[in-house]
Design a protein around this ligand. Structure first.
Ligand code: TAP
Length: 517
């Protein structure tokens, strides 16, 4: 039933006219469905609440993508109760049965790949290839977790006493609160929700307020694939309004969060407090921000390095946790890298509506992000040398051009703080020692790349570069499930490694049984 060997879902090739045609047809279909209203889902019941979260296209602010019911505190508490109730049955479902639901979901997502990608083009102004690639990643998460859930049923080989039989196995833990970010609202939301469900837990899913419509579409598919009522509950609402309530509730057994450092740290602290009536310590997986660096030394292939920097910095407008936002370059190749990165950015990075499927960068997600990035650009102008700023379309959206600062001091704000936009800071250093020191002088430790022709330097980076995902002579973005298990260290997260062999262990507890014979 399950594939013996996992293979990544291939992405669509938009240079093929028939593939472009399929995407255009999907955009037209989804375009005719914009502006609809979507309910909460609590214990299988569709609820309207009278208040709405309105999702708009950040590349066309007049376009309402949809309106999703906003959960009240009572709805959130009801969702926990429904999940607690559903846990009694779902925990007993054989692992292979639960895994089959994930495989069925993967098949549905695969069949609807262009339609789901189109929703993200409207809801996030995501470029076609990024949106379709994300749908393929959702398929990967589902098939990987399905296979690994079944693998988890294999009994562990323990040492035995002569007169005792021993056993060691994993059991689900209970109700989890899943809080995903807006930047991968299909793949990350799917992985974070369906991994705990695969191993027998039940979930209250609070999607990001910026992307509730694609969240609803994914939950509909979960239900169509066979996730029973109450096993997944959908409660959109602002994190500040219902987030603490969900995390604090004594019935909550675990929290699975991906988002910013500040919110992740807050959730970690909140969940640590044992509430009245609570009978466990809550587990928290918190995957957070980054200030990802690419290091280039004098022996590197500079063309490869330039290509990797530009792709990593400006893909999806720099709104990836793995996006390169600082480049650390050895002095003797510094000018070549600065000039090369500027030239390549001019050549390949274009800004425009995701809808047309032409531009490589769309709008940024909302006004808060827009203002924050603009503010960082002003900070950068004071702290460093602006060497390039591209053009933006004359459109009613949150468009920010690719922006490159050189001569940034290693400890400047533009080189140290997460911007989460298309802004790159380049720092000059005198030695590889200094490069590693600067790269590590950060509270974050998510991704990093090193371009070098020196085996000794690559091996030093392997050992000393403080990141969860290190890339040698390649870009820092584009982690693939099963190939590059993904999560950070330091204040980038709890290192839960999505798409890795250990991820499901975050949502189970082990039991050891000894029986006297
Ligand atoms: P956040 O603003 O932190 O929001 C993430 C989620 O947390 C949203 O669903 C948000 O809800 C919710 N939230 C906010 N306050 C909350 C509270 N008090 N209690 C519970 N939930 C709360 O992040 P974002 O802007 O969506 O995403 C961008 C960030 O995510 C960046 O820092 C990026 O680096 C990081 N990220 C990391 C990774 C990995 S794997 N490390 C992957 C993707 C993104 P609302 O939307 O309602 O505010």
């Amino acid at each position: 039933m399950l594939r013996a060997a996992f293979t990544n879902e291939p992405s669509a090739d938009f240079s093929d006219p028939s593939v472009r045609g399929a995407m255009q047809a999907a955009l037209a279909k989804v375009g005719s469905e914009l502006g609809r209203e979507y309910p909460l889902i609590v214990g299988g019941e569709r609820r309207e609440t009278g208040t709405w979260i309105t999702s708009t296209n950040p590349g066309n602010l007049d376009q309402v993508v949809g309106k999703v019911a906003r959960a009240s505190k009572d709805d959130a508490l009801d969702a926990i109760a429904a999940a607690q109730d559903a846990f009694k049955e779902w925990r007993r479902m054989p692992m292979v049965g639960r895994a089959s639901v994930l495989l069925r979901m993967a098949a549905i997502v695969r069949r609807r790949r262009f339609e789901l990608a189109a929703w993200m083009v409207y809801e996030l102004d995501k470029p076609w290839d990024e949106a379709e690639g994300e749908v393929a990643e959702a398929v990967d998460f589902l098939e990987w977790y399905a296979a690994h859930a079944v693998k988890l049923t294999e009994r562990v080989d323990l040492a035995h006493l002569p007169n005792e039989a021993t056993d060691y196995f994993y059991q689900p833990i209970g109700v989890g609160i899943v809080i995903p970010p807006w930047n991968f609202p299909c793949a990350i939301l799917t992985g974070m929700t369906m991994a705990p469900i695969a191993v027998g837990n039940t979930v209250v899913l609070k999607p990001a307020t910026n992307t509730p419509v694609i969240g609803y579409k994914m939950v509909e598919i979960m239900i169509e694939a066979g996730v029973p009522a109450g096993v997944v509950n959908f409660v959109p609402g602002s994190g500040s309004e219902i987030g603490d309530l969900l995390v604090e509730d004594p019935r909550t057994r675990f929290v699975c969060f991906t988002g910013s450092k500040d919110v992740g740290v807050h959730i970690f602290e909140t969940a640590a407090k044992v509430q009245k009536g609570q009978r466990w310590l809550k587990r928290v997986t918190a995957e957070m921000g980054g200030k990802d660096a690419i290091v280039v030394d004098s022996s590197a292939n500079l063309d490869d390095a330039i290509e990797g920097i530009v792709t990593s910095a400006f893909g999806f407008s720099g709104q990836k946790c793995s996006a390169c936002s600082r480049v650390i370059v050895l002095a003797d190749v510094y000018d070549q890298i600065v000039d090369g990165v500027v030239a390549r950015t001019k050549e390949v990075v274009s800004v425009g509506s995701g809808l047309a499927g032409e531009a490589s960068m769309g709008a940024v997600v909302d006004k808060n992000q827009f203002d924050s990035i603009e503010n960082y650009i002003e900070v950068g102008k004071k702290e460093a040398k602006l060497v390039y700023q591209g053009e933006t379309p004359d459109a009613n959206g949150y468009y920010i051009p690719p922006t490159i600062f050189a001569d940034a001091a290693a400890n400047s704000r533009i080189a140290c703080e997460e911007v989460f936009g298309p802004v790159l800071a380049i720092v000059k250093v005198d030695s590889f020692d200094e490069a590693i020191e600067v790269a590590n002088d950060s509270e974050y430790g998510l991704t990093g790349s090193v371009y070098s022709g020196s085996r000794a330097n690559l091996e030093r980076a392997r050992d000393e570069f403080e990141v969860g995902n290190l890339y040698l002579n390649r870009k820092s973005t584009g982690a693939m499930m099963g190939v590059h298990p993904f999560a950070g260290i330091k204040l980038s997260g709890t290192n839960s490694k999505a798409g890795g062999p250990d991820y499901l262990l975050n949502f189970v507890e082990a039991k050891a049984v000894g029986e006297k014979l």
